[in-house]
Write a new protein. Sequence first.
Length: 308
Amino acid sequence: MTTDTLILYIVSPAYSGSTLLAALLATHPAIGTIGERGHFHRKMVARPVIGSPFCSCGRRFDECDFWLAVSQQVQAAVSPAGYRRPFSTFRLYPSLPRRLNRYVEKLCLRHALQHTSQQLPWPVRGRYRQAAQANAALIQAVLQVSGKSVFLDASKSEMDAVLLNDLPGFRVMVLHLIRDGRAQVYSTLRHHQDRDAAQASRQWAGRIRAQQRLLGLAGLPLLRVGYEALCADPAGTMASIFTFAGLPADQGSLAFRQPHLHIMGNPMRLSHDSEIIDRQAWRTSLTAEQLATFTQIAGDLNSSLGYR
Ligand SMILES: [Zn+2]
Protein backbone atom coordinates (compact mmCIF):
# COMPACT_ATOMS: atom_id res chain seq x y z
CA MET A 1 0.00 0.00 0.00
CA THR A 2 1.28 3.42 -0.91
CA THR A 3 1.40 6.06 1.80
CA ASP A 4 1.17 8.88 -0.76
CA THR A 5 -1.58 11.40 -0.09
CA LEU A 6 -4.51 10.88 -2.44
CA ILE A 7 -5.73 13.75 -4.60
CA LEU A 8 -9.14 13.06 -6.07
CA TYR A 9 -9.19 15.33 -9.11
CA ILE A 10 -12.29 16.34 -11.11
CA VAL A 11 -11.48 16.85 -14.81
CA SER A 12 -14.33 18.31 -16.85
CA PRO A 13 -15.24 20.90 -19.48
CA ALA A 14 -16.89 24.09 -18.17
CA TYR A 15 -20.55 23.92 -17.06
CA SER A 16 -20.45 20.23 -16.16
CA GLY A 17 -21.61 20.50 -12.55
CA SER A 18 -18.16 20.18 -10.98
CA THR A 19 -19.06 22.53 -8.13
CA LEU A 20 -22.11 20.41 -7.28
CA LEU A 21 -20.06 17.21 -7.44
CA ALA A 22 -17.34 18.70 -5.23
CA ALA A 23 -19.87 19.92 -2.66
CA LEU A 24 -21.49 16.47 -2.51
CA LEU A 25 -18.20 14.58 -2.20
CA ALA A 26 -17.00 16.99 0.49
CA THR A 27 -19.70 15.63 2.80
CA HIS A 28 -17.47 12.56 3.25
CA PRO A 29 -15.62 12.76 6.60
CA ALA A 30 -12.27 11.86 4.96
CA ILE A 31 -12.43 14.44 2.15
CA GLY A 32 -11.08 17.98 2.38
CA THR A 33 -11.48 20.51 -0.42
CA ILE A 34 -11.46 24.17 -1.38
CA GLY A 35 -13.33 23.53 -4.63
CA GLU A 36 -11.21 24.87 -7.49
CA ARG A 37 -7.70 24.86 -6.03
CA GLY A 38 -6.46 26.63 -9.17
CA HIS A 39 -8.23 29.82 -8.04
CA PHE A 40 -6.31 29.96 -4.75
CA HIS A 41 -3.74 32.41 -6.00
CA ARG A 42 -6.26 34.72 -7.63
CA LYS A 43 -8.49 34.79 -4.54
CA MET A 44 -5.89 34.92 -1.78
CA VAL A 45 -2.67 36.35 -3.19
CA ALA A 46 -3.63 38.53 -6.16
CA ARG A 47 -7.02 39.25 -4.48
CA PRO A 48 -10.21 39.19 -6.53
CA VAL A 49 -10.23 41.69 -9.31
CA ILE A 50 -12.42 39.29 -11.27
CA GLY A 51 -14.99 37.04 -9.64
CA SER A 52 -16.45 36.85 -6.18
CA PRO A 53 -14.38 37.81 -3.14
CA PHE A 54 -16.65 35.63 -0.96
CA CYS A 55 -16.01 32.18 0.47
CA SER A 56 -18.95 29.75 0.63
CA CYS A 57 -19.06 30.34 4.42
CA GLY A 58 -20.26 33.90 3.67
CA ARG A 59 -17.11 35.73 4.74
CA ARG A 60 -14.67 37.39 2.40
CA PHE A 61 -11.70 35.13 1.58
CA ASP A 62 -9.36 37.57 3.30
CA GLU A 63 -11.53 37.53 6.44
CA CYS A 64 -12.28 33.79 6.59
CA ASP A 65 -10.39 32.04 9.42
CA PHE A 66 -10.01 28.87 7.36
CA TRP A 67 -8.46 30.69 4.40
CA LEU A 68 -6.22 32.77 6.59
CA ALA A 69 -4.91 29.68 8.41
CA VAL A 70 -4.28 27.90 5.11
CA SER A 71 -2.51 30.82 3.48
CA GLN A 72 -0.31 31.33 6.56
CA GLN A 73 0.84 27.72 6.35
CA VAL A 74 1.59 28.00 2.64
CA GLN A 75 3.54 31.23 3.14
CA ALA A 76 5.59 29.60 5.89
CA ALA A 77 6.52 26.74 3.52
CA VAL A 78 7.55 28.63 0.38
CA SER A 79 9.66 31.62 -0.58
CA PRO A 80 7.92 35.01 -0.92
CA ALA A 81 8.69 35.02 -4.67
CA GLY A 82 7.23 31.53 -5.08
CA TYR A 83 4.09 32.56 -3.18
CA ARG A 84 3.57 35.71 -5.25
CA ARG A 85 3.73 33.82 -8.55
CA PRO A 86 0.43 32.19 -9.69
CA PHE A 87 1.58 28.75 -8.55
CA SER A 88 -1.92 27.29 -8.21
CA THR A 89 -2.26 27.36 -12.02
CA PHE A 90 1.44 26.47 -12.55
CA ARG A 91 1.90 29.73 -14.48
CA LEU A 92 5.66 30.00 -14.04
CA TYR A 93 6.33 33.24 -15.92
CA PRO A 94 3.38 35.56 -15.23
CA SER A 95 5.13 38.62 -16.66
CA LEU A 96 5.86 36.93 -20.00
CA PRO A 97 3.28 36.54 -22.81
CA ARG A 98 0.75 33.73 -22.53
CA ARG A 99 2.23 32.07 -25.62
CA LEU A 100 5.58 31.57 -23.87
CA ASN A 101 3.85 30.27 -20.78
CA ARG A 102 2.03 27.73 -22.96
CA TYR A 103 5.36 26.55 -24.28
CA VAL A 104 6.78 26.22 -20.76
CA GLU A 105 3.60 24.46 -19.65
CA LYS A 106 3.96 21.86 -22.41
CA LEU A 107 7.57 21.30 -21.50
CA CYS A 108 6.69 20.79 -17.83
CA LEU A 109 3.82 18.52 -18.78
CA ARG A 110 6.07 16.30 -20.86
CA HIS A 111 8.44 15.89 -17.93
CA ALA A 112 5.63 15.46 -15.40
CA LEU A 113 4.25 12.57 -17.45
CA GLN A 114 7.62 10.80 -17.11
CA HIS A 115 8.42 12.13 -13.61
CA THR A 116 11.65 13.61 -15.02
CA SER A 117 11.21 17.22 -13.89
CA GLN A 118 14.76 17.22 -12.49
CA GLN A 119 15.85 17.20 -16.16
CA LEU A 120 13.93 20.39 -17.01
CA PRO A 121 16.27 23.09 -18.31
CA TRP A 122 17.40 25.74 -15.85
CA PRO A 123 15.76 28.11 -14.89
CA VAL A 124 12.39 26.45 -15.61
CA ARG A 125 13.39 23.63 -13.26
CA GLY A 126 13.69 25.99 -10.28
CA ARG A 127 10.36 27.70 -10.92
CA TYR A 128 8.61 24.38 -11.49
CA ARG A 129 9.98 23.06 -8.21
CA GLN A 130 8.82 26.18 -6.36
CA ALA A 131 5.33 25.89 -7.83
CA ALA A 132 5.23 22.20 -6.96
CA GLN A 133 6.29 22.93 -3.37
CA ALA A 134 3.69 25.67 -3.03
CA ASN A 135 0.91 23.40 -4.30
CA ALA A 136 2.03 20.57 -2.02
CA ALA A 137 2.04 23.00 0.91
CA LEU A 138 -1.43 24.26 -0.05
CA ILE A 139 -2.90 20.76 -0.21
CA GLN A 140 -1.26 19.74 3.05
CA ALA A 141 -2.47 22.92 4.74
CA VAL A 142 -6.08 22.36 3.62
CA LEU A 143 -5.99 18.77 4.90
CA GLN A 144 -4.37 19.75 8.17
CA VAL A 145 -6.61 22.73 8.95
CA SER A 146 -9.75 20.74 8.07
CA GLY A 147 -8.54 17.51 9.70
CA LYS A 148 -9.04 15.40 6.54
CA SER A 149 -6.90 12.86 4.68
CA VAL A 150 -7.99 12.92 1.01
CA PHE A 151 -7.78 16.13 -1.03
CA LEU A 152 -10.52 16.82 -3.56
CA ASP A 153 -9.64 19.23 -6.36
CA ALA A 154 -12.38 20.59 -8.65
CA SER A 155 -10.01 22.65 -10.82
CA LYS A 156 -11.13 20.73 -13.95
CA SER A 157 -7.86 20.94 -15.93
CA GLU A 158 -6.40 17.68 -17.20
CA MET A 159 -2.94 19.29 -17.37
CA ASP A 160 -3.16 20.28 -13.74
CA ALA A 161 -4.08 16.71 -12.78
CA VAL A 162 -0.90 15.42 -14.45
CA LEU A 163 1.27 18.11 -12.83
CA LEU A 164 -0.16 17.37 -9.37
CA ASN A 165 0.49 13.65 -9.88
CA ASP A 166 4.17 14.59 -10.23
CA LEU A 167 4.28 16.10 -6.70
CA PRO A 168 6.48 13.92 -4.49
CA GLY A 169 4.33 12.23 -1.83
CA PHE A 170 1.04 12.60 -3.74
CA ARG A 171 -0.94 10.49 -6.20
CA VAL A 172 -3.87 11.53 -8.36
CA MET A 173 -7.03 9.62 -9.18
CA VAL A 174 -9.27 11.26 -11.77
CA LEU A 175 -13.01 11.73 -11.85
CA HIS A 176 -13.80 12.58 -15.48
CA LEU A 177 -17.08 14.45 -15.21
CA ILE A 178 -19.02 14.35 -18.47
CA ARG A 179 -22.32 15.90 -19.46
CA ASP A 180 -24.36 15.61 -22.64
CA GLY A 181 -22.59 17.85 -25.17
CA ARG A 182 -25.89 19.43 -26.17
CA ALA A 183 -26.42 20.66 -22.59
CA GLN A 184 -22.93 22.12 -22.61
CA VAL A 185 -23.44 23.88 -25.92
CA TYR A 186 -26.64 25.36 -24.50
CA SER A 187 -24.75 26.58 -21.39
CA THR A 188 -21.98 28.06 -23.52
CA LEU A 189 -24.48 29.95 -25.70
CA ARG A 190 -26.21 31.29 -22.59
CA HIS A 191 -22.97 32.50 -21.01
CA HIS A 192 -21.28 33.75 -24.19
CA GLN A 193 -23.63 35.65 -26.46
CA ASP A 194 -20.83 36.18 -28.99
CA ARG A 195 -20.56 32.45 -29.85
CA ASP A 196 -22.70 30.37 -32.18
CA ALA A 197 -23.66 26.70 -32.02
CA ALA A 198 -20.85 25.61 -34.34
CA GLN A 199 -18.20 27.35 -32.25
CA ALA A 200 -19.65 26.02 -28.99
CA SER A 201 -19.85 22.47 -30.42
CA ARG A 202 -16.25 22.56 -31.65
CA GLN A 203 -15.12 23.97 -28.33
CA TRP A 204 -16.85 21.22 -26.34
CA ALA A 205 -15.58 18.43 -28.61
CA GLY A 206 -12.07 19.89 -28.50
CA ARG A 207 -12.06 19.94 -24.70
CA ILE A 208 -13.33 16.37 -24.38
CA ARG A 209 -10.83 15.04 -26.93
CA ALA A 210 -7.91 16.89 -25.32
CA GLN A 211 -8.91 15.52 -21.92
CA GLN A 212 -9.25 11.98 -23.21
CA ARG A 213 -5.89 12.20 -25.00
CA LEU A 214 -3.86 13.48 -22.05
CA LEU A 215 -5.59 11.34 -19.43
CA GLY A 216 -4.99 8.31 -21.67
CA LEU A 217 -1.30 9.19 -21.98
CA ALA A 218 -0.95 9.75 -18.25
CA GLY A 219 -2.60 6.43 -17.40
CA LEU A 220 -3.98 7.80 -14.13
CA PRO A 221 -6.68 5.72 -12.40
CA LEU A 222 -9.90 7.14 -13.84
CA LEU A 223 -13.61 6.91 -13.21
CA ARG A 224 -16.03 8.48 -15.66
CA VAL A 225 -18.92 10.23 -13.93
CA GLY A 226 -22.01 11.31 -15.87
CA TYR A 227 -23.65 14.52 -14.65
CA GLU A 228 -27.07 13.13 -15.57
CA ALA A 229 -26.42 9.97 -13.52
CA LEU A 230 -25.24 12.12 -10.61
CA CYS A 231 -28.52 14.08 -10.65
CA ALA A 232 -30.68 10.97 -11.12
CA ASP A 233 -28.96 8.99 -8.35
CA PRO A 234 -26.66 11.21 -6.28
CA ALA A 235 -26.28 8.75 -3.40
CA GLY A 236 -25.45 5.81 -5.70
CA THR A 237 -23.03 7.86 -7.79
CA MET A 238 -21.29 9.18 -4.67
CA ALA A 239 -21.01 5.65 -3.26
CA SER A 240 -19.34 4.41 -6.46
CA ILE A 241 -16.88 7.33 -6.34
CA PHE A 242 -16.00 6.67 -2.69
CA THR A 243 -15.45 2.98 -3.51
CA PHE A 244 -13.23 3.97 -6.45
CA ALA A 245 -11.18 6.15 -4.07
CA GLY A 246 -10.89 3.33 -1.52
CA LEU A 247 -13.06 5.14 1.03
CA PRO A 248 -15.99 3.76 3.04
CA ALA A 249 -18.88 4.13 0.58
CA ASP A 250 -21.67 4.84 3.06
CA GLN A 251 -20.30 7.93 4.81
CA GLY A 252 -21.32 10.75 2.46
CA SER A 253 -24.53 12.73 2.71
CA LEU A 254 -26.86 14.67 0.42
CA ALA A 255 -26.88 17.61 2.86
CA PHE A 256 -24.17 19.39 0.90
CA ARG A 257 -24.94 23.00 1.83
CA GLN A 258 -22.78 22.79 4.89
CA PRO A 259 -22.06 26.20 6.38
CA HIS A 260 -18.64 25.00 7.57
CA LEU A 261 -17.43 24.32 4.01
CA HIS A 262 -14.96 26.84 2.61
CA ILE A 263 -15.22 26.44 -1.14
CA MET A 264 -14.45 28.53 -4.18
CA GLY A 265 -15.85 27.78 -7.59
CA ASN A 266 -18.80 29.11 -9.52
CA PRO A 267 -21.61 31.15 -7.91
CA MET A 268 -23.70 27.99 -7.42
CA ARG A 269 -21.77 27.45 -4.20
CA LEU A 270 -23.37 30.52 -2.63
CA SER A 271 -26.99 29.73 -3.45
CA HIS A 272 -29.28 28.00 -0.97
CA ASP A 273 -31.23 25.86 -3.40
CA SER A 274 -30.24 22.42 -2.13
CA GLU A 275 -32.25 20.42 -4.63
CA ILE A 276 -30.29 18.46 -7.19
CA ILE A 277 -32.10 18.81 -10.50
CA ASP A 278 -30.90 18.16 -14.02
CA ARG A 279 -33.08 20.75 -15.73
CA GLN A 280 -32.27 19.65 -19.29
CA ALA A 281 -33.33 23.08 -20.62
CA TRP A 282 -31.35 22.40 -23.80
CA ARG A 283 -34.06 19.96 -24.96
CA THR A 284 -36.59 22.78 -25.37
CA SER A 285 -34.25 25.73 -25.88
CA LEU A 286 -31.85 24.68 -28.64
CA THR A 287 -33.32 25.15 -32.12
CA ALA A 288 -33.53 22.28 -34.62
CA GLU A 289 -30.82 24.03 -36.62
CA GLN A 290 -28.52 24.30 -33.60
CA LEU A 291 -29.08 20.62 -32.78
CA ALA A 292 -28.30 19.65 -36.37
CA THR A 293 -25.09 21.70 -36.24
CA PHE A 294 -24.08 19.96 -33.02
CA THR A 295 -24.82 16.50 -34.46
CA GLN A 296 -22.74 17.24 -37.53
CA ILE A 297 -19.73 18.48 -35.54
CA ALA A 298 -19.82 16.42 -32.34
CA GLY A 299 -22.61 13.87 -32.67
CA ASP A 300 -20.24 10.90 -32.94
CA LEU A 301 -18.26 11.92 -29.90
CA ASN A 302 -21.45 12.50 -27.90
CA SER A 303 -22.74 9.04 -28.89
CA SER A 304 -19.44 7.44 -27.91
CA LEU A 305 -19.98 8.88 -24.42
CA GLY A 306 -23.39 7.21 -24.26
CA TYR A 307 -25.61 10.15 -25.23
CA ARG A 308 -28.17 9.35 -27.94
ZN1 LIG B 1 -14.76 30.48 4.61
